[in-house]
Design a protein around this ligand. Structure first.
Ligand code: CUA
Length: 143
């Protein structure tokens, strides 16, 4: 009897989490990180300007830095961020923006971030990746 209750409870909990994701994704317009088909081209770090306030960033994490390391965009910019890793699994956290991605070798993670306020946004690696892990950071400057 207890087993059935536990199974039902776990099932309810799972669907609650699932609906929370859907709710955040569609109703509150929060971008849920997505996986994109990987191709070797993602391994070349670069920034592509689409228009005055929209950019694509192709970021690569590698022991122990993110490239491009230092990015500057104008206030109000929206950035499509494609992230991959050239060696091991790294974390990618934009402080104060609630952006939290994984950089996985052979895969691409994508998210979209809009920077409404000027300032310096630190990027930290939050996945232990070797002896230089604590020095692995980057920054985005919004002017
Ligand atoms: Cu990269 Cu920790």
């Amino acid at each position: 009897k207890y087993e059935i209750r536990v199974i039902v409870l776990a099932g309810l909990l799972l669907s609650a989490f699932f609906f929370a994701i859907l709710y955040n994704d569609f109703s509150r317009n929060i971008d849920v990180p997505a996986c994109v088909t990987y191709s070797g081209t993602f391994k070349v770090p670069h920034v592509k300007k689409l228009d005055r306030s929209t950019y694509e960033v192709y970021g690569v994490a590698k022991m122990w830095a993110f490239t491009p390391e230092d990015l500057t965009f104008p206030e109000g910019s929206t950035i499509d961020l494609y992230l991959t890793s050239d060696d091991v699994v790294h974390g990618f956290n934009i402080v104060k923006k609630g952006v939290n991605l994984m950089a996985v070798p052979g895969a691409t993670t994508k998210t979209t971030v809009t920077f409404e306020t000027a300032g310096v946004y630190r990027i930290l690696c939050h996945e232990y990746c070797g002896s230089g892990h604590q020095y692995m950071m980057g920054k985005i400057t919004i002017t």
